[in-house]
Design a protein around this ligand. Structure first.
Ligand SMILES: [Fe+2]
Ligand SMILES: [Fe+2]
Length: 186
């Protein structure tokens, strides 16, 4: 399916390149899934929209958690605070809408609008990660300042752990609540 967001998956820096280090290829592949699901949400009936929203909330929560716990703190000393803090604030905005959606059952008047706005904001955010942050990170990787393959293994392990946690408890826990100063300390 190729909609207005997922058309980007095969364009420019959003493509998973052969030489992308593991951390970048793993996160870009998830960005592809988000664009496709948000496209599908635009066309979905109420029942399907509710399912898609649940899946997006879960996947986005884990994705933001591993970026905030592992990727962002590793990039801060290299890329500087501004680029990373902007990402954290965009995550916070997404988390607010996710928290609202999690209180709803899909029948409410504003449900579809909330999913739509979450899509607009999320796609803006992941596009910027692909285009700017990840390119800067890849340059640092090429210069030997960071090992994004090793970091990718850490991201993958933490992702698996969080998915296990969700399947056993149904909760993502406090991992989604990082604040800019917590990332600073990490
Ligand atoms: Fe992000
Ligand atoms: Fe991301």
């Amino acid at each position: 399916m190729s909609g207005k967001y997922s058309a980007r998956n095969s364009q420019g820096r959003h493509v998973v390149a052969k030489d992308d280090p593991l951390a970048i290829s793993l996160l870009k592949q998830e960005h592809h899934v988000f664009r496709s699901l948000f496209d599908e949400a635009e066309e979905a009936d109420t029942q399907r929209l509710t399912e898609i929203a649940r899946e997006l909330c879960m996947r986005l929560s884990v994705h933001m958690a591993i970026e905030e716990e592992i990727l962002y703190p590793a990039l801060k000393p290299i890329l500087g605070d501004d680029e990373v803090n902007e990402g954290i604030v965009e995550h916070q905005s997404g988390k607010r809408i996710i928290a609202e959606l999690e209180q709803l059952d899909g029948t409410e008047e504003l449900f579809a609008a909330k999913v739509h706005v979450l899509g607009e904001e999320t796609v803006h955010h992941i596009d910027e990660e692909d285009e700017d942050m990840f390119e800067d990170a890849k340059s640092a990787h090429s210069d030997g300042k960071i090992d994004l393959d090793a970091l990718g293994e850490t991201l993958r392990a933490r992702q698996a752990e969080l998915y296990d946690q969700i399947s056993s408890t149904g909760e993502t826990g406090k991992t989604c609540e990082a604040q800019p100063d917590e990332v600073e300390r990490a």
